[in-house]
Design a protein around this ligand. Structure first.
Ligand SMILES: [Zn+2]
Length: 317
């Protein structure tokens, strides 16, 4: 199977699709909005997993679909480019994708009766969170994405920082994500997060967990351990009617929520890119088809890099 793949990035996809919990989303039972996807997004997600060509992006020899973000590269037929594009976060595409993962983690914690929230604009790290090198040397307070307050004790919290990463990116391939004995893309990213946040959370007596998921659904070791921790061992209650035979275990049931959100959000991103670059639909349309108000004015496709994925509450820090 691996040898049959034409390129390193496809080998990386096949390996990633067999990673930790990567296939969990396929067994999701549509019992809530969080486990439901639009047909278009589900179809795109399946194509991504299988490495099928996307009909909207396929062109004859000599023709191509130019990427509307970097305006330099053409789209490949497999939907790989939007996730590695230099201007990939235009219209907050990447922020929205990782935002879905953040919210799914909060949802998974809530499903287990554990309070959690997005940290938003609140500085939970205090002075320990100040980084002189942040914001290109200007200095700033760093923040993790999700907090489970008082998780370990009254003064000890659990922090998670979420990211969706691509095993087919140049960085991941340099770490040999296309080889079985290479380093998984999620681990490479998780190590970087660990380096950034763990010293801070240690300083305030809290704990940090890197929540990195590859775009095909594979979870990093840290996140896999965390999902196991909150779900516990054993199987779902046989009298519950909210799971399928393939997700009987408590851990798979919880992992499913997180992985489903990530994979479908990735497909949603791809769908938006296709709508924009192939069908000339602006990226900032809301669900009703109206132009959503956004900084930079309508028609400005190129979003600011690292823009927040959610509105900050007014008056908060
Ligand atoms: Zn591009």
């Amino acid at each position: 199977m691996l040898d049959a793949q034409p390129e390193p990035r496809h080998r990386a996809r096949v390996i990633s699709a067999g990673g930790s919990h990567a296939g969990a989303w396929l067994g999701a039972f549509p019992v809530s909005r969080w486990l439901t996807a639009r047909g278009r997004h589900y179809q795109l997600a399946l194509c991504m997993r299988l490495g099928a060509t996307l009909i909207d992006l396929v062109r004859d020899e000599g023709e191509e679909v130019l990427c509307g973000g970097c305006k330099e590269r053409a789209h490949d037929a497999y939907g790989c480019h939007p996730s590695v594009c230099r201007a990939g976060n235009r219209g907050n595409l990447w922020s929205r994708r990782s935002g879905a993962l953040e919210r799914a983690i909060v949802g998974a914690l809530w499903a287990k009766g554990q309070y959690a929230r997005l940290t938003g604009g609140v500085n939970w790290f205090g002075a320990a969170g100040y980084s002189a090198s942040a914001k290109r040397g200007k200095g700033a307070y760093v923040r993790a994405d999700v907090i489970a307050p008082h998780y370990n004790s009254p003064t000890s919290h659990l922090f998670l920082d979420a990211a969706v990463t691509d095993p087919g990116s140049a960085t991941a391939l340099r770490a040999h994500s296309d080889r079985l004995d290479g380093t998984r893309a999620a681990e490479t990213r998780a190590t970087r997060k660990e380096k950034k946040y763990a010293p801070i959370t240690d300083a305030i007596g809290s704990k940090f967990i890197a929540a990195v998921v590859e775009r095909f659904g594979a979870c990093c070791e840290d996140l896999t351990g965390f999902l196991k921790l909150i779900s516990g061992d054993g199987d779902r209650d046989p009298l519950c009617d909210d799971y399928t035979f393939s997700s009987r275990s408590n851990t798979t049931y919880i992992a499913q929520m997180v992985v489903f959100a990530t994979v479908i959000a990735d497909a949603c991103m791809l769908s938006d890119v296709i709508d924009c670059d192939v069908h000339n639909t602006p990226l900032n349309l809301d669900d009703k088809g109206a132009t959503a108000p956004r900084e930079g004015g309508s028609g400005d496709h190129r979003g600011r890099a690292h823009a927040p994925a959610y509105e900050r509450a007014r008056g908060s820090m």
